[in-house]
Ligand binder design. Structure first.
Ligand code: AP5
Ligand code: MG
Length: 236
């Protein structure tokens, strides 16, 4: 009889021949600023599976002024959710790409029950499923402080915070020397809209995944590395 042990993102048999039995398909759930992007980047490094962020894909489309990007702009600028059919289409295309076949980290999707149901159907058609939906919990006051101080690299997307995680040189990315910028939707008024929308439209997903028995709750306060360790413990 085989005893299974978990190595990184793969389940292997006991003599460690590298028999891959299970993919690692994860959702990072949580309010704006809880650290989904920060943790997704670290998980990508650790498990060698891609981060799939609908926010990043939409911002990229906006930068390139594609029809989809221009359509999304007014929603994003005011902190509202982009219509379900737009983001569901993005995810259906993205998950079919070859780099997602051994696993993926969904960051910022799903955000409504309609999106979650569409994801379930898409994955079922592909013979896949979500193993863990990790909800990162942070209170509103801390979220506001994190979002107003966030800076992002225009070139490589690395994330910083002016107080909690500053770059070595102000305005310059440590990793690639790219320019750091503040996101348009990180203004105080827009942040409060985003937090309200999270509570109304996205928080119901906590119950959705609880009922499926794949909800994992992680405290999102404290040092970034400690939160990363908590998430890895959940995945063990
Ligand atoms: P999106 O880009 O997904 O933004 P969000 O969910 O609002 O989340 P954020 O990216 O703001 O925060 P985060 O949780 O990634 O935190 P981060 O790691 O950056 O969406 C933007 C918009 O796109 C939406 O409003 C909507 O319009 C549209 N959209 C996207 N997806 C959609 C969908 N599925 N459906 C419909 N519309 C969609 O961390 C934040 C800051 O805190 C950083 O500065 C970081 O350095 C710092 N930080 C992180 N961890 C810690 C820590 N432990 N201690 C101190 N500081 C920390
Ligand atoms: Mg993010």
């Amino acid at each position: 009889m085989k005893v299974l042990c978990k190595v990184e993102n793969e389940l292997r048999d006991e003599d460690n021949k590298g028999l891959v039995i299970m993919d690692l398909n994860i959702i990072l759930l949580g309010p704006p600023g809880c650290g989904k992007g920060t943790q997704a980047k670290m998980l990508t490094e650790q498990y060698k599976i891609p981060q799939v962020s609908t926010g990043d894909i939409l911002r990229e489309a906006l930068k390139k002024e594609t029809a989809m990007g221009l359509k999304a702009k007014s929603y994003m600028d005011s902190g509202k959710l982009v219509p379900d059919e737009v983001v569901i289409g993005i995810i259906q295309d993205r998950l079919k790409q070859s780099d997602c076949q051994k696993g993926f980290i969904l960051d910022g999707f799903p955000r409504t029950v309609v999106q979650a149901e569409a994801l379930d159907k898409t994955l079922k058609d592909m013979g896949k499923k979500i193993e863990h939906s990790i909800s990162i919990d942070v209170d509103d006051e801390e979220l506001l402080g994190r979002l107003t101080g966030r800076r992002t690299c225009r070139s490589c997307g690395a994330m910083y915070h002016v107080l909690f995680n500053p770059s070595k040189k102000e305005g310059v990315c440590d990793a690639c020397s790219g320019e750091l910028y503040q996101r348009d939707d990180d203004k105080e008024e827009t942040i409060s809209n985003r937090l309200n929308i999270y509570k109304q439209q996205t928080a119901p997903l906590i119950d959705y995944y609880k009922k499926k028995d794949i909800l994992r709750l992680v405290t999102g306060t404290g040092k970034i590395e400690n939160i990363f360790k908590r998430i890895k413990d959940v995945l063990k």
